[in-house]
Write a protein that binds this ligand. Structure first.
Ligand SMILES: Nc1ncnc2c1ncn2[C@@H]1O[C@H](COP(=O)(O)OP(=O)(O)OP(=O)(O)O)[C@@H](O)[C@H]1O
Length: 228
């Protein structure tokens, strides 16, 4: 579960808050779209969940923990439970697909037997079971995003965040990415996706949170994109 309780965030040196007085709860197993114009605070929302930044005021609670109060040594544990996918994929260049996906598990010290089981299983989930030996630079954008999803999901986090995951992809490829996120959600993972993709939001009809200038101005079940 993710709870924002009256959360505001002003970046150092900025006058205008990136988020202001945001309160909301995302239950386990929900699929939520975060929408709003550029600069409205969507990425900031996701970064506060990951404790990349601390809120300036208010509380962000993730899986029962007030993340603003976590000592630094507890942050890796928080992030093991929260995967993230970005618009620009952020794969390790020069490392194969299998290496990119294994890396997450190696960093957290999972046994190699488990890595040998989980990596192919996760590549199959994203439809890349035959591309394990390829390098990211040999893959299409859609395939690279699938690798990024596999990397974020390989240790089965309870929460998957996605920051405009289809932003660099054409509509047909985006549909494939959304099918994978939908499958991951159906298997019980909480998914929070920031997006500018009106077509996807309008087709999927999931809960929509709309931010505007840092304020939460809409919380709609089975919502629509709803602004131009
Ligand atoms: N590291 C930072 N330092 C200072 N200001 C920042 C920083 N990151 C974001 N901001 C500012 O905070 C506000 C919210 O930005 P944020 O990236 O959260 O918006 P967004 O809705 O994700 O935008 P986009 O759709 O363009 O990705 C903007 O005014 C932005 O300029």
């Amino acid at each position: 579960m993710i709870t924002f309780d009256n959360v505001s965030k002003t970046y150092p040196g900025q006058k205008r808050p990136a988020l202001q007085h945001v309160s909301t709860t995302i239950e386990d197993g929900e699929f939520v779209f975060l929408v709003g114009p550029s600069g409205s605070g969507k990425s900031t929302f996701l970064r506060l969940v990951l404790r990349e930044y601390r809120a300036s005021s208010g509380q962000v609670v993730v899986n029962g923990r007030d993340v603003g109060k976590l000592p630094n040594w507890r942050i890796p544990k928080l992030r093991r439970g929260v995967g993230i996918v970005f618009q620009d994929f952020r794969l390790l260049p020069g490392k194969t697909v299998t290496e990119n996906v294994s890396f997450t598990l190696q960093v957290i010290g999972r046994p190699s037997r488990e890595i040998r089981r989980l990596v192919p299983e996760t590549l199959e989930l994203v439809g890349l079971e035959d591309k394990g030996d390829r390098l990211p630079e040999e893959l299409s954008g859609g395939e690279q995003q699938r690798v990024a999803i596999a990397r974020a999901f390989v240790n089965r986090p309870g929460i998957l965040l996605a920051d405009e995951p289809t932003g660099n992809l054409d509509p047909a490829t985006s549909v494939g990415i959304m099918k994978i996120l939908d499958r991951i959600h159906r298997d019980g993972t909480t998914v929070v996706m920031a997006t500018h993709d009106a077509t996807i939001v309008d087709q999927m009809r999931r809960r929509v949170l709309e931010l505007n200038a840092g304020e939460l101005i809409r919380d709609q079940a089975q919502g629509v994109y709803g602004y131009q």
